[in-house]
Design a protein around this ligand. Structure first.
Ligand code: ATP
Ligand code: MG
Length: 455
């Protein structure tokens, strides 16, 4: 690989565009006589004129040496390849003024040590690299990166960009090139296929033919990837600002099946579906650099399946309304767990779904409980999107929008209106027989345990 050095100035890039925390890490590492650069998306996106999602740092300091410098503010993570997370607590101005107290967000910068070109032989039966803790030079590190546009190193203090491949040229040509032999690089790590699709759609780049050709022969290897890693990749797709485009392409290439169970549905591609609308709104928010809620997006993508089971349980099985929804959620939750989500995230999604019932069936008695639910804003947002697809929304939709309007101080009138608008509470018949049975069983249990004790 030939080394080319460019002045950052030539691409209208300078250190004021770099996150201040990343810049302070680079200063500190260089002060300790280590090399330190912004690498990957941070510099790639600045050259392309995009707002970088994060600023990753590459250095010749080992993880232990980085940890020694940042000590309490750093942790070494990862097994396959150790990296250091350096964290900063940043005051959240908006939330602090809203809640009249200081609220901090944790901001993490990833610092990775240059990888060696000497790879371990620690590969699984599919050729997948399993451990990789050999450190090397910057040049060796460049060869190990995935695409040429991701192998550029920016030194913000020297204002220079080092390019070991054809990164700058490929940016000019708007092309995505994998580094090394394409097929081998996908066998070594099949997630690079997903990264190629995500980056090309997000950055409007053409995937070079040789980079694309082996997708078909290696894509099956994705099935062996750990669920957690695929879940991380799914989140990156949702946060890309081009999720709609990417999910369409994944589907065209038949890449979702067995890889992203949440994207593997006709509904998500259907122009008029709620899932599509959720993705469109999310893309819009990301493009405007607004924040985005993972539970809301996932709840929205899967809602049509939950809703169809809910309707089925109500109409075909004649189950009471709320019970029918609880059952529908239980029947569909495997799709989420199959996608690698955590129990915590599932609880939040479940809250958003259950609140759909409460928003459709509010009452004066229940209002306080509904309003104190931490997921109400997101549930209300989903409820609004659902109603935007209906010809004649229920008058309650209008009522909720008025009620949630923070500029209206006196809501007494609205509370009176709710009495007329709210649907009748369901009267659930007491299950007398079951109770009797349970009582009988209890008596039996008691008798057996007494007997057992006697033995
Ligand atoms: P973005 O952060 O905008 O999603 P990115 O390219 O910065 O894109 P990260 O996941 O943050 O993606 O990775 C940082 C860098 O690490 C990449 O630019 C690339 O150089 C390298 N990298 C990430 N994943 C791989 C991989 N699977 N194989 C080789 N190199 C990788
Ligand atoms: Mg990045």
């Amino acid at each position: 690989m030939t080394k080319k050095v460019y002045s950052a100035n030539a691409f209208n890039v300078n250190k004021t565009m770099v996150d201040s925390n990343a810049l302070s890490i680079i200063k500190e590492l260089q002060k300790h006589h280590y090399q330190a650069y912004i690498v990957g998306g941070g510099i790639r996106d600045l050259i392309l004129g995009f707002h970088p999602k994060d600023f990753d740092i590459a250095t010749d300091a080992t993880p232990e040496q980085v940890k020694k410098i940042f000590y309490r503010n750093a942790i070494i993570i990862g097994r396959r390849f150790k990296i250091v997370h350096v964290f900063f607590n940043e005051l959240n101005q908006v939330r602090s003024s809203k809640y009249s107290k200081k609220i901090y967000d944790r901001h993490i910068i990833e610092v990775s040590t240059f990888r060696s070109s000497k790879q371990n032989d620690d590969k699984n039966t599919h050729g997948r690299l399993m451990s990789d803790n050999n450190y090397g030079t910057i040049e060796e590190d460049a060869k190990r990166r995935d695409f040429t546009i991701n192998a550029m190193y920016y030194d913000p203090l020297a204002e220079s960009i080092i390019d070991y491949g054809s990164g700058i040229q490929d940016i000019k040509d708007k092309t995505l090139h994998i580094i090394g032999k394409p097929q081998d690089r996908y066998i070594e790590d099949p997630v690079r296929i997903l990264r190629a699709i995500r980056l090309s759609d997000k950055l409007n780049l053409q995937i070079d033919d040789n980079t694309r050709i082996p997708f078909q022969t290696t894509k099956h290897l994705l099935q062996n990837e750990p669920k957690g890693r695929l879940f991380e990749e799914m989140l990156k797709i949702l946060q890309s600002g081009s999720s709609n485009k990417i999910i369409n392409e994944l589907s065209e290439l038949k890449l979702s099946k067995g890889v992203f169970p949440l994207f593997d549905s006709e509904n998500i591609l259907d122009k008029n579906s709620l899932a599509k609308l959720v993705l469109e709104k999310t893309d819009e928010r990301i493009q405007n650099q607004e924040d985005f809620s993972v539970p809301f997006v996932l709840a929205g993508i899967l809602w049509h399946k939950v809703e169809s089971s809910w309707i089925h349980n109500k109409n075909v099985k004649s189950h009471p309304n709320k019970e029918a929804l609880v059952e529908a959620i239980a029947a569909r939750k495997w799709i989420l767990f199959d996608s690698g989500i955590t129990q915590n995230l599932y609880s939040s999604i479940k809250d958003i779904w259950l609140l759909q019932y409460d928003l459709e069936n509010p009452s004066l008695k229940k209002l306080d409980t509904i309003l104190s639910n931490g997921r109400l804003r997101q549930a209300w947002h989903l409820y609004n999107l659902r109603n935007s697809l209906v010809k004649d929304p229920h008058p309650l939709h209008w009522w909720w929008n008025k009620f949630m309007d923070e500029s209206i101080d006196d809501k007494t009138k609205l509370l009176i209106q709710l009495i007329d608008l709210a649907p009748q509470e369901e009267t659930i018949k007491p299950k007398k027989k079951k109770r009797k049975k349970r009582k009988k069983l209890k008596e039996q249990d008691h008798n057996t345990s007494v007997k057992d004790n006697n033995i």
